[in-house]
Design a protein around this ligand. Structure first.
Ligand code: ARG
Length: 584
């Protein structure tokens, strides 16, 4: 692996050198950015001039004299009050891309120097319950964040904190105990059957629980048996977990997402540690007893009537809940998994919970300054009508139905466009297009905003959709196939057309973009980059004939630009969890 220094970094370096040669004491940032007027613009001289009490234009001219040009920088001009307009040499652009092209899948992107360990808590449905669109968002965003972080060299560990513990299991298990055989062995059912069995048991036990006081009592006894580890009770509980996993896996498979069994570590896994968590918090004085419960108060978190809202670690009846499992999980993730960052991809409506949990863990010393904790709270999924996503009858939409519909819509689009595909091929592409569309629509919006689930828009060929990107990729592959004897090869001696330069400079920014998007937990920045890449490619393709270019070198160089664009698209989409079929 040979990493490539981006042109931005090279220019930045040259400017920084020139600045410190001109004003050694100042330590000024050149404030470099891409620009429409030239390739780059640097605005940092204005601030420096202010500090050094010099005339900005004069200072700019002085700095220009100190900038090394001729290799990377072709030309620097002073503009306006003291900006620098910088033009990159064509040769430097092509050579830079050639080095990336030679580096295979990493495209010359270096690995982070001080990589840490990020534990990503995502894709966390609940046992014995249907998944909803919120779980879809968590899975899609979490998977993309992991892809991007891993690419930078960060080590990620997944944790699927599934809801597999708590008082509701008393009711379920007691029902199963009294009605044996209602859940078929997990090995014998598919995802759909598993969920319908679970639903049936859930409804029946709920009805009994609400109607029958004696059953209610027996169910409460079951909770105690479960928490104290009674063998028979645990076996029945395990049946719910296994049956639910069959269902989860079927949804994740449809989503084209790999979920590892050893990373499914649900609330129950922290059961044993919870009493200790509570004891330590109480001993340290972080938590206090209030009306029998063990709670943590925060001065600034107040509810109605200005009353402080507590985080409940242990209920008055001795039971532990959601907060206790999260606090115990933090101890495990920091102390045993050695995490330097904790990331939670969880609905923004739980942000207060996480705020209190993190603050409690900080007070207890379980989260030190060296460890960051962040709830990447995503917004609600809305229907095309702008209201929370529901069926026409007002019910929650089944995820499998939703994904099936996306694939079916995609099949219509693929079929319309495809001339030479068999029906099998159409179905295979449709799955990649349909699932890609769902993922991309989610990832291309800033995660903390609500977003509209609008299938028509998602599978549209025009606009900011994954299909548009997938078509751009497939079109490039088709050009490469049609090239016959000519193959992609860089020719740094060639002059570049404006559309080639724009494309080339954007390709160079791939690594910087992934690093920024990963550091900010912002997959939509990578999505926006890829969309712009496809748009720049389209204008390159419109303006610069590839196979009909004037000279053989020109043809090879343009094929080379096509190829590295395709590879970058492919890699970027892969980081987001989206496939790029070779043909569409
Ligand atoms: N199972 C929860 C839900 O469906 C999400 C769990 C989020 N993760 C966590 N560590 N609390 O709402």
């Amino acid at each position: 692996m040979t990493s490539v220094t981006s042109l931005t970094d090279q220019v930045q370096q040259r400017l920084a050198n020139a600045l410190s040669a001109t004003r050694p004491e100042a330590d000024a940032d050149p404030l470099l950015r891409r620009s429409d007027r030239a390739d780059f613009q640097a605005n940092g001289i204005l601030a420096l001039a202010k500090k050094a009490k010099s005339n900005p234009r004069e200072l700019a001219t002085e700095v220009v004299g100190a900038i090394v040009t001729g290799d990377v920088i072709k030309d620097v001009e002073v503009s306006g009050p003291g900006f620098l307009n910088i033009t990159i040499a064509d040769r430097a652009i092509t050579e830079n891309l050639a080095a990336r092209h030679a580096d295979g899948e990493r495209l010359g992107v270096p690995l982070k120097e001080n990589a840490g360990i990020t534990v990503v808590d995502y894709a966390q449905p609940n046992v014995a319950k249907e998944m909803h669109v919120g779980h879809l968002r968590s899975a899609v965003i979490g998977d993309a964040l992991r892809g991007m972080l891993d690419f930078t060299g960060e080590k990620t560990i997944g944790r699927h904190h599934i809801g597999d513990w708590g008082t509701q299991f008393g009711m379920l298990i007691q029902y199963l105990f009294e009605h044996p055989g209602e859940l078929a062995p997990a090995a014998d059912v598919d995802g759909e059957q598993a969920m319908s069995n679970l639903n049936r048991v859930y409804k029946a036990s709920r009805a009994l629980f609400d109607a029958d006081e004696e059953f209610k009592e027996r169910a409460r006894g079951r909770v105690v048996a479960l928490q104290s580890g009674d063998k028979e009770t645990l076996e029945l509980w395990q049946q719910f977990v296994d049956e639910s996993k069959v269902y989860f896996y079927s949804v994740f498979e449809k989503l084209d997402m790999e979920i590892r069994d050893d990373e499914i570590v649900g609330e129950s896994a922290y059961n044993e540690g919870m009493p200790e968590t509570a004891r330590l918090l109480e001993e340290m004085g972080v938590a206090e007893r209030s009306e029998g419960a063990l709670v943590v108060f925060f001065d600034e978190i107040r509810g109605k009537d200005d009353q402080r809202v507590p985080l409940i670690v242990q209920k008055a009846d001795g039971g532990f809940g959601y907060a206790a499992s999260d606090l115990t999980a933090i101890r495990n993730r920091v102390q045993d998994l050695h995490a330097s960052s904790l990331l939670y991809v969880v609905d923004v409506r739980q942000s207060l919970h996480f705020k209190m949990v993190f603050e409690t863990a900080r007070r207890a010393g379980w989260l030190s300054d060296g460890v960051s904790a962040h709830n990447m709270g995503y917004g609600t999924v809305l229907g095309a009508d702008g209201k929370p996503f529901k069926t026409r009858e007002g019910e929650t939409v089944r995820l499998e139905d939703l994904l099936d519909e996306a694939v079916q819509r995609a099949a219509e689009v693929v079929r319309e466009k495809a001339q030479d595909l068999t029906e099998d091929e159409i179905q295979e592409r449709a799955a990649q297009v349909g699932i890609g569309a769902v993922k991309y629509a989610d990832l291309s919006t800033s995660p903390n905003r609500d977003y509209k689930f609008d299938l028509d828009q998602m599978v549209s060929l025009n606009g900011d959709t994954s299909v548009y990107l997938q078509y751009a990729y497939a079109r490039i592959q088709s050009i490469l196939r049609k090239a016959g004897g000519a193959s992609p090869a860089a020719h740094p001696e060639l002059e570049l057309a404006p559309a080639e330069r724009a494309l080339g400079l954007h390709l160079d920014a791939f690594g910087d973009t992934v690093f920024e998007a990963a550091a900010e937990y912002a997959p939509h920045k990578l999505a926006a980059y890829l969309y712009q890449l496809a748009s720049l490619y389209t204008s390159f393709y419109d303006k610069c004939p590839v196979l009909k270019a004037e000279t053989p070198e020109q043809i090879e160089n343009r094929l080379f630009l096509c190829d590295i664009t395709a590879r970058t698209l492919h890699q970027g989409m892969a980081l987001l969890g989206i496939r790029t079929p070779e043909r569409l």
